[in-house]
Design a protein around this ligand. Sequence first.
Ligand SMILES: Cc1cc2nc3c(=O)[nH]c(=O)nc-3n(C[C@H](O)[C@H](O)[C@H](O)COP(=O)(O)OP(=O)(O)OC[C@H]3O[C@@H](n4cnc5c(N)ncnc54)[C@H](O)[C@@H]3O)c2cc1C
Length: 368
Amino acid sequence: MSGEGAAAVSNVAIAVIGDGCAGLSLAARSTSLPNHTMHLFSPQSNSLINNHVWGYWQMDWMKYVAPLTFKTWYKWSVKTEGAEVEMQACYHPYKAVKRDSWLAHCLKNAKQNGVKFHNTLPSITEFSNDQVFDSRPPKWRANMMVQHFLGWEVRADAGSFKDDTAILMDFRCDQSRGVHFIYCLPFSDSEALVESTLLSPNIEPDGFYEDTITTWLSDYAGVNRFEVLRREKGAIPLGLMKRHDPKFQGIGSNCGAIRPSSGYAFSFIQKQIATALSRVERGNKLSFSPPHKKIDLFMDRVFLSVLRNQPHHAPKLFTAMAARLTGDEFAIFLSGEANIKLRLKVILAMPVWPFVRALFQLEAVVSD
Ligand SMILES: Cc1cc2nc3c(=O)[nH]c(=O)nc-3n(C[C@H](O)[C@H](O)[C@H](O)COP(=O)(O)OP(=O)(O)OC[C@H]3O[C@@H](n4cnc5c(N)ncnc54)[C@H](O)[C@@H]3O)c2cc1C
């Protein structure tokens, strides 16, 4: 398929490995690659199972996702034993979309666009390596920081949840095993996703997260009777990682899309694809690059070092940041769109010594 040569630039065959978020999000937009035929290879298809919720802040590049979101919050909060900070946004609300609905939408568009599906790996005789984009997960380093979590979508009595405010982090839970918080997305006053989330190198047994959720629901939401409607579980590596297979270019998490300090990747994958497509529109060859600025990666590296080596500071760092920024600024910063002024505002909101100490404890950068 690659043998059509330079004269036939009119049709370039490209192969994408993996039918997860990045593979299908690109396939859905293949009409923006007019001179390409896209082949999607999924030797280990799991696109429509393992449903979960993707949370993200509304940004320009998320306009394709917005119609599929099922809940939007203009307010969110960060809580600790001694403080509660509520933030409000005007332009960049927090939104939730279900993985199965986004992927089904992408699959439908991809089929309409003529994307060709295969359940094997691409053959090296058909595609040269620079035409293969691999979305299989990157390689984890042993003992790296991980965001690991288990969540329950629960149904309780009407009036149990305040559904206009998402709780991004509630630190009122066991802090002995790393940075630990409850993430609660209330879908209505009776249904919510409640997740126990840890940032640490060690995955805990399911019972640890489940006990945390049950205790939080009882102690802080006043919910003792509830039904578990759905369960989700994940582990997202935080930090720079090597590609799944160095022979191929990466896309998605396999091309640095996970934000190292937060584990957010969904919005960054859409941003990475939008950037690649606009490069092609300007006459360049299709290629993907990590969607984060170098300065953000450096700041994240220092921040991760604080979280890893001085986790007891985390509740006050996150509340300090939330207290100092508006909701829109918080969303812009976490979506990688901060300007120098906003970055400075974040830096000035942080206590000095934990970060000075962290500079001496930085881990080596792992290059691809
Ligand atoms: C439960 C959960 C909740 C999350 N919530 C959020 C959130 O709220 N917000 C956010 O921004 N991010 C979130 N993330 C992180 C991130 O958005 C997702 O992990 C996202 O799916 C990454 O997309 P991807 O295309 O890089 O990888 P994936 O979607 O995982 O796709 C990888 C593809 O590679 C295939 N594959 C894997 N291994 C092999 C193999 N050995 N051989 C062949 N094929 C293989 C898989 O079948 C899949 O098709 C969450 C992650 C999880 C797991």
